[in-house]
Design a protein around this ligand. Structure first.
Ligand SMILES: Cc1ncc(COP(=O)(O)O)c(C=O)c1O
Length: 363
C-alpha cells in the first residue's frame, strides 16, 4: 500500500513529449508541466541526451567527488543574478529552503517573517514559514519566532518597529495560493529594511523562477535584491535538484550542511542542458505568450478573473473542481490550487497548443 497523501489520475502513462502525455486512456494536454518542473516540456531531446550521456558515465558519486557540472551550473545561475557568491545544491525546493533557513539562523537573530499565502515546502523547517494553518498546525510546534504578516508594506514596517527581524521570506508571485504578486509597497518596505537594518531577504524562486514569468527571476519584476535565492522544480530539467544561492556571502563552513545525494550528477547535467535553452529570446516569448494565454482565457464562460505574469497564470472559477473534471474528460489536465486553477505550462508551449487547450476548455 502507498501512503494516501496523493490522489493520482486513473491513467497509466506510456510516454510524454512537449505538452502531451500519452496514456492507456488517450492523449492528455499538460497545462502545468509536472507542477512546474519541466520548463522545456516533457522529454526535450537536448535534456534527454544530457541525461543519457551523463548516466552512461556515472549516476552518483557522492560529495567526496567534485563533478565539474556543479560549478558550471552554479556559474550559469550566478550569470543570471549578475552577482557573485556561493551555491548549495540540494535535491528539492524544500531542501533549498532548509539550507536558507539554516544560513539565516546561523548568522542572524530575530524573527523569521513570512506572509499570508506563502508556500515554501513541507519539511518541518520550510513548513514553519509556510502559510496555511491547516497544513502547518498538525505538526506544531514548528520553528519558533516565525511570523505571518499580511502582504502589505505597512504591516511589515509596523512589525519591524516592534521586533528584531532576522529574515523576510518572499514568494514574489505566490504560486500555490493562486498566483498573486506581492504589492509594490511591500517590495519597497523589504528593501528599506534590508538596507537600514540588515534584514536578510530570501527570495523563493522555486516556482516563479527560471523564466516562468518572462524574466529569469520573478524578483526582477519588483526591484528586490535578495541575499538568498531558493531554486527548485525546473532547475534539474525534470530530475530532482534544488539550489540555495547565497549572494555575496558565505554562510556555511566545511561540514556545516550537506546531503548524501546532492547534487546528483545526472540532475546537474539535465539542469545545465535546461538552463542553456532558457535564452533571452525564450523569455521574451514567454511574456508574449503569457499575455495571449491570459487574454483568451478570460473570454471563457467559466473564467472569473485571471491573474499572472508570463506563463504563471491563475484563474478563478465558481467550481474549479467541476472545471477540472470537464477538462479531464476532454483530455486537458488542470491543476486546482488556492481555490482556483493554475497554469504553469512548458515555457516552450506554442501558440497553436495554447489555442488547442483553450478551445478544449471552451465549455
Ligand atoms: C514556491 C515554492 N517553494 C517551495 C516549494 C517546495 O518545493 P518541493 O516540493 O520541491 O520541496 C514549492 C513547491 O511547490 C513552491 O512552489
Amino acid at each position: 500500500m502507498l501512503s494516501p497523501v496523493y490522489a493520482p489520475y486513473p491513467l497509466v502513462v506510456e510516454r510524454a513529449e512537449g505538452v502531451r502525455i500519452y496514456t492507456d486512456k488517450g492523449v492528455f494536454l499538460d497545462t502545468y508541466s509536472g507542477i512546474g518542473v519541466l520548463p522545456l516540456g516533457h522529454s526535450r531531446s537536448e535534456v534527454v541526451r544530457a541525461i543519457q550521456e551523463k548516466s552512461e558515465r556515472f549516476t552518483h558519486l557522492s560529495n567526496y567527488f567534485l563533478d565539474p557540472d556543479a560549478p558550471a551550473l552554479a556559474e550559469m545561475l550566478f550569470a543570471m543574478t549578475g552577482r557573485k557568491g556561493e551555491v548549495f545544491f540540494a535535491n528539492s525546493g524544500a531542501e533549498a529552503v532548509e539550507a536558507a533557513l539554516k544560513a539565516v539562523k546561523k548568522n542572524r537573530e530575530g524573527a523569521l517573517v513570512s506572509f499570508e499565502g506563502n508556500f515554501h515546502g513541507r519539511t518541518l523547517g520550510a513548513l514553519s514559514v509556510t502559510w496555511g494553518p491547516s497544513i502547518r498546525h498538525p505538526f506544531d510546534p514548528l520553528i519558533p519566532h516565525c511570523a505571518f504578516l499580511p502582504l502589505k508594506g505597512d504591516a511589515l514596517l509596523k512589525f519591524a518597529r516592534e521586533n528584531e527581524i532576522a529574515a523576510v521570506f518572499l514568494e514574489c508571485i505566490q504560486g500555490n495560493s493562486g498566483v498573486f504578486p506581492i504589492p509594490e509597497d511591500l517590495a519597497e518596505a523589504v528593501t528599506d529594511l534590508q538596507k537600514e537594518r540588515g534584514v536578510l531577504v530570501v527570495a523563493d524562486e522555486i516556482q516563479a523562477g527560471l523564466g516562468r514569468t518572462g524574466k529569469f527571476f520573478a524578483y526582477e519584476h519588483f526591484g528586490i535584491r535578495p541575499d538568498i535565492i531558493a531554486m527548485g522544480k525546473g532547475i534539474g530539467g525534470g530530475l530532482p535538484l534544488g539550489a540555495a544561492i547565497f549572494c555575496e556571502w558565505s554562510p556555511f563552513a566545511s561540514g556545516e550542511h550537506g546531503s548524501t545525494f546532492a547534487p546528483n550528477p545526472v540532475s546537474l547535467a539535465a539542469g545545465r542542458a535546461t538552463l542553456s535553452l532558457i535564452t533571452p529570446s525564450l523569455l521574451k516569448d514567454v511574456a508574449r505568450k503569457g499575455e495571449r494565454f491570459r487574454e483568451r482565457l478570460a473570454l471563457l464562460s467559466w473564467a472569473r478573473g485571471t491573474r499572472g505574469t508570463g506563463l504563471m497564470i491563475g484563474v478563478s472559477a465558481e467550481n474549479p473542481g467541476e472545471v477540472k473534471k470537464k477538462a479531464f474528460e476532454r483530455g486537458v489536465l488542470l491543476n486546482v490550487t488556492g481555490g482556483g486553477i493554475r497554469f504553469l505550462p512548458a515555457l516552450t508551449i506554442t501558440d497553436a497548443e495554447i489555442d488547442e487547450i483553450l478551445s478544449l476548455l471552451n465549455f
